[in-house]
Every structure is written in structure tokens, then in C-alpha cells.
Design a protein around this ligand. Structure first.
Ligand SMILES: Nc1ncnc2c1ncn2[C@@H]1O[C@H](COP(=O)(O)OP(=O)(O)OP(=O)(O)O)[C@@H](O)[C@H]1O
Ligand SMILES: [Mg+2]
Length: 261
């Protein structure tokens, strides 16, 4: 079988003693594009952070496996090296490190010592990805995300994605704050990666991104769980009708994580 498989089973996660994820089940295989939708505060970003190993998020039970390997046993850098990539909802600014240096060291961190990417090859690849994403070349020499506009930060996340070529990409609201042209460019970048060796989890609130990137599976998160899954047709229904029908169907009164059981 081509590509990697990320398997999340009955995942429970706490933040500062409060349970946020209450049994998430989700499997993403190479070549599959999954979308997660859901109202605010239902645990979507928490899931992304827990997969990547953010120290604030404590996994209390359940498992995350990448090709059968226990991701929860891995340090954050090991998770990246194993092929997981997260584009964050709010990318951090890193002053003192240029975008170009950051990209090059990230790529080299995935390679063995002595097998670093040759500088000229790196520059060529970066230039071509920047062209593809219509990113101003000056960006390469600016500190990572420092003073970048909202849209520039998001494009930069896709630049990293295109250059690092992870096995599994998790994109948390990659479309937020993008104007319509930037949205198309970002979608174009993600679609370019579509192949049997790349699985993707796209967290979004809006149909408009999914008009450009057709998901194979769509999941709805409420109360810290995936409560409904379907195909691309689910997106249209959510856009037209909102979430109330799912809440009614499942007898959910309060969809956020809150203190519900
Ligand atoms: N670091 C944190 N400290 C305290 N509470 C947190 C933290 N991260 C998340 N939470 C809480 O967990 C709940 C779920 O948050 P999360 O960010 O996962 O929601 P979300 O589904 O991504 O929402 P949105 O659609 O608004 O991005 C919220 O009530 C949030 O306040
Ligand atoms: Mg979020």
C-alpha cells in the first residue's frame, strides 16, 4: 500500500485538567483528503495540537499510530521527522530566523547527517515553490512570519508544506483571512500535493475552500468527538442548513466542549 496511515483511536485529551477531546476516532490514509468542520470551540485545533505533541495537551487515553508506530511516544521533532506536518491556525512569528533558513533547516532535519540538501538545489526548489504560490521573493529573507499579513502567513505555511512533502498534513483553518485570489493559490498548492503518498486533514469552517479542494471524507466535530462523517455532499448540507439538524439528529444540546459529559 502506498503512503502512510494515521490512525486515531478513542483519543481523550485534557488541558489543565479539563477534558477537551472525549474519544476521537479518525483514520487518514495516503491519498485521502479529509475535512473536519464543526462549530467554534468543539476541539478541532486541540486535535491538531495533540497529534503534533503540543506539551499543553495531555493525552489521557486512546492512541495515535502512524503506520502502526506509536506517535504518542515520539517527541515533537520525531513526529515531524516521521512525516507529520501541522499548519497552525495562528502561525508563530520567529524573529532572528529567516524564512529561507527555517525552511532549509526543517528540510535538513528530515534528512540524515551528511545528506543535507545542497544549497543550490534548495534555492531552486524554494524559488519554484514561491513562484507557484505567487509569494514575493523578498519573503525568503524576512524573519519567519514577522510582520507577515494574515494571508502571507497562510501562504507561507503552504510553502513549507510543499517543500517538506510530509506524509500527512494537518491544515488548521488554512483559509481563514484569505482573500479570494489567495484562497485559490493556497488551494492550488494543496492540490499539487495530491497523490497516493500524501494524506491531508483540512480543518475549515467554510465550503468555499472545499469548492477548490474536494474532500474524500467530511467529518463534523462536536463536544470533542467526531459525531458525523460523510462525503463531500455533507459540506453542501452544512453550508445550507448549518449544524442544528445534526444536533437534533443526535440529541446534542450544547455542541461546545464545555462541561458536558
Ligand atoms: N491552551 C488552552 N488552554 C485552555 N483552554 C484551551 C486551550 N486550548 C483549547 N482550549 C479550550 O478547548 C476548547 C476547544 O478549543 P479548540 O481550539 O480545540 O476549538 P476549535 O474547534 O478549534 O474552535 P475554532 O473553530 O474556534 O477554532 C475551547 O473551549 C478552548 O477554550
Ligand atoms: Mg480552531
Amino acid at each position: 500500500m502506498a503512503g502512510s496511515t494515521l490512525e486515531i483511536k478513542d483519543l481523550h485529551v485534557e488541558i489543565e485538567g479539563q477534558e477537551i477531546l472525549k474519544g476521537v476516532n479518525l483514520t487518514i490514509k495516503g491519498g485521502e483528503f479529509h475535512a473536519i468542520m464543526g462549530p467554534n470551540g468543539t476541539g478541532k485545533s486541540t486535535l491538531a495540537s495533540a497529534i503534533m505533541g503540543h506539551p499543553k495537551y495531555e493525552v489521557t487515553s486512546g492512541s495515535i499510530l502512524l503506520d502502526g508506530e506509536d506517535v504518542l511516544e515520539m517527541e515533537v521533532d520525531e513526529r515531524a521527522k516521521a512525516g507529520l506536518f501541522l499548519a497552525m491556525q495562528y502561525p508563530s512569528e520567529i524573529t532572528g530566523v529567516t524564512t529561507s533558513d527555517f525552511l532549509r533547516s526543517s528540510i535538513n532535519a528530515h534528512r540524515e547527517k551528511g545528506d543535507e540538501i545542497p544549497l543550490m538545489k534548495f534555492i531552486k526548489e524554494m524559488d519554484s515553490a514561491m513562484d507557484y504560490l505567487e509569494i514575493d521573493k523578498n519573503m525568503a529573507q524576512r524573519y519567519l512570519n514577522a510582520g507577515f499579513s494574515g494571508g502571507e502567513k497562510k501562504r507561507n505555511e503552504i510553502l513549507q508544506l510543499m517543500m517538506l512533502k510530509p506524509e500527512i498534513g494537518i491544515l488548521d483553518e488554512i483559509d481563514s483571512g484569505l482573500d479570494i485570489d489567495a484562497l485559490k493559490v493556497v488551494a492550488k498548492g494543496i492540490n499539487k500535493l495530491r497523490n497516493e503518498n500524501f494524506g491531508c486533514l483540512i480543518i475549515t469552517h467554510y465550503q468555499r475552500l472545499l469548492d477548490y479542494i474536494t474532500p474524500d471524507f467530511v467529518h463534523v466535530m462536536m463536544q470533542g468527538r467526531v459525531v458525523k462523517s460523510g462525503g463531500a455532499e455533507l459540506v453542501e448540507r452544512l453550508e445550507a442548513e448549518g449544524y442544528d439538524w445534526i444536533k437534533q439528529e443526535l440529541g446534542i444540546e450544547e455542541e461546545t466542549v464545555g462541561n458536558n459529559a
